[in-house]
Design a protein around this ligand. Structure first.
Ligand SMILES: [Zn+2]
Length: 164
């Protein structure tokens, strides 16, 4: 479901850019939203991100201590990883918007996963119940979600003034 996450993440970033009138489509924020939307699945061996060079090593380490849709799929990790990204961004004297787009990507991943049957434990480790709505990963509903997001994104990019 990697590309679905990516498209949905960019869609939310496009919406955010439009609402808050921040530039859309610049390199670092796009990179950050890409990373954020794919990073939670570092806990799965065959995810898009776990197959990329450096991340495959991180993924092995992560999978040793956790299971799929465990801690990396929680608000706590959203905050922690965003703080790490913000620290890197500040260190290099870059715009903090980059870390915000990372958080948007990360949250978009949790939202999309919450739509599936296995759900997401948003409040881990404080509360172990998962939020879940019903659609099967890889099924027709996911395809509809993917194309819906892509269409939404195309519409936004074409119709709204975001490249400022
Ligand atoms: Zn996931």
């Amino acid at each position: 479901m990697g590309f679905t996450h990516l498209v949905f993440g960019i869609l939310l970033y496009a919406l955010f850019s439009n609402v808050f009138q921040v530039p859309f489509g610049t390199a670092y924020p796009l990179l950050a939203v890409t990373l954020g939307s794919l990073l939670p699945d570092i806990d799965h061996p065959s995810s898009l991100i776990s197959k990329q060079a450096v991340f495959s090593i991180v993924s092995k380490a992560v999978r040793r201590v956790t299971r799929h849709r465990g801690p990396t799929h929680s608000l706590l990790f959203t905050v922690l990883s965003t703080a790490v990204v913000a620290a890197v961004v500040l260190y290099y004297g870059q715009d903090l918007l980059i870390s915000i787009t990372f958080a948007i990507g990360y949250l978009s991943h949790l939202i999309a996963d919450s739509l599936t049957r296995s759900g997401v434990r948003w409040l881990w480790p404080f509360h172990d119940g998962e939020a879940s709505f019903v659609f099967h990963t890889g099924g027709l509903a996911e395809k509809a979600f993917f194309w819906g997001s892509l269409l939404g994104l195309t519409w936004i990019v074409q119709n709204l003034q975001m490249f400022g």
